[in-house]
Design a protein around this ligand. Structure first.
Ligand code: CP
Ligand code: NVA
Length: 308
C-alpha cells in the first residue's frame, strides 16, 4: 500500500513509471467512448471514496470516470455533509472509512488534514489538492508536456503569477523530473522558501526573477494559475489583482518564449486576468489536453497506490 501525498514524497522512478503507464493507458483507449471499460479491469471490486472539502470539476469527474473505466466503484463525498464537517476527527474518519473502502482521495484545506488521514488510514490516501500542493495536477502537466514535446528533463519552465499550491508542486517536480523552473511574480507572493530550498537541495535549478519579460525569454513552457485560490480570502482579491496585473500571460509575454513553447493552466481560469483568451485559445495552449490528462495520469496514480 502506498500513499500519493506529494511529488517530493514519491520516488522519482515511481513518478516516471506512472507517467509512462498513463500514456500507455491513454493510447490503449484511443477513440473509445468515455464510459467504455478498459480492456483490463485493474480496479475490479475496489471501492474508492472521493472526499471534497472544496469545490472541484476536473478532479471530481476525472477520478470518478477513471475509477469506473478500470472497473472500480466510487462514492463522492462532500466534507460538509460528513460528520467530519461537524466535529468528528480526521483520525476517526480515516479509521472508519478504511473499514469500508479500498482507497481515499481527499481535497482539503490544511496539509495536516491530509497527513493525518494518511497516518490513520489503513488504505492508500491520494492528495487531491491542499492549500500547499496539487501533485495530481502536475503529473498531468508533465504527461502533457512530454506527449507534445518529448522529455521535460533539461527544459525551462516559467511560472508567472502567484507562488501557490500548484506552483509548489511544479517546483517539487523540477527536482524529480530534472527541469529548470523560473518563478516570476511579486515578492509578497513568492513560493514557500522551504519548498524552493528543498527542490534546490534535490538538484533543481530554481530561479526567482521579478521581471516577467526577462523570466520568459527562451522558455519551453509557460504556466500560470488563478490569482486568488480557493483558500485565499476573497477580501484579498483587489490587492492581488493590483499586485499581479504585470504577470498576466498575454501574447506579448508569450512572444518572448521559444516559438514552440507551450502554455498551460490547471483551470479553472479567470479569462483575461491571469491569462488572456488569446493565449488560452491560441497556438501555444495545450490546456484541454492538460485537463484530459488528469484522467489518465490519475488512473496511473490509483494503480500505483493499490499495486494493481
Ligand atoms: N485543476 C483542478 O484541480 O480543477 P478542479 O478544481 O476543477 O478539480
Ligand atoms: N490554486 C488553485 C488551484 C485550483 C485547481 C486553488 O487552490 O484554488
Amino acid at each position: 500500500m502506498q500513499h500519493f501525498l506529494d511529488i517530493d514524497r514519491t520516488d522519482p522512478a515511481a513518478l516516471r513509471a506512472m507517467i509512462d503507464s498513463a500514456r500507455a493507458m491513454k493510447t490503449a483507449r484511443h477513440g473509445r467512448p468515455k464510459g467504455a471499460p478498459d480492456d483490463d479491469q485493474p480496479l475490479a471490486g475496489h471501492m474508492v471514496a472521493l472526499i471534497f472539502e472544496k469545490p472541484s470539476t476536473r478532479t471530481r469527474v476525472s477520478f470518478d470516470v477513471g475509477v469506473r473505466q478500470m472497473g472500480g466503484q466510487t462514492m463522492v463525498l462532500s466534507g460538509a455533509d460528513m460528520q467530519l464537517g461537524h466535529g468528528e476527527t480526521i483520525a476517526d474518519t480515516a479509521r472508519v472509512l478504511s473499514r469500508y473502502v479500498d482507497l481515499i482521495m481527499i481535497r482539503t484545506f490544511e496539509e495536516q488534514t491530509l497527513l493525518e488521514m494518511a497516518e490513520y488510514a489503513s488504505v492508500p490516501v491520494i492528495n487531491g489538492l491542499t492549500n500547499r500542493s496539487h501533485p495530481c495536477q502536475i503529473m498531468a502537466d508533465i504527461m502533457t508536456y512530454e506527449e507534445h514535446r518529448g522529455p521535460i528533463a533539461g527544459r525551462r519552465v516559467v511560472w508567472s503569477g502567484d507562488g501557490n499550491n500548484v506552483c509548489a508542486s511544479f517546483i517539487q517536480a523540477a527536482a524529480r523530473f530534472g527541469f529548470d523552473l523560473t518563478f516570476t511574480g511579486p515578492e509578497t507572493l513568492d513560493p514557500d522558501p522551504a519548498i524552493v530550498a528543498a527542490a534546490r537541495a534535490g538538484g533543481a535549478r530554481i530561479t526567482i526573477e521579478r521581471d516577467p519579460m526577462k523570466a520568459v525569454a527562451g522558455a519551453d513552457l509557460v504556466v500560470t494559475d488563478t490569482w486568488v485560490s480557493m483558500h485565499d480570502p476573497q477580501s484579498a482579491r483587489e490587492r492581488r489583482h493590483n499586485q499581479l496585473r504585470g504577470y498576466q500571460v498575454n501574447e506579448a509575454l508569450m512572444a518572448r518564449a521559444r516559438p514552440d513553447a507551450l502554455f498551460m493552466h490547471c483551470l479553472p481560469a479567470h479569462r483575461d486576468d491571469e491569462a488572456t483568451s488569446a493565449v488560452m485559445d491560441g497556438p501555444h495552449s495545450v490546456i484541454w489536453d492538460e485537463a484530459e490528462n488528469r484522467l489518465h495520469a490519475q488512473k496511473a496514480v490509483l494503480r500505483w497506490c493499490l499495486g494493481t
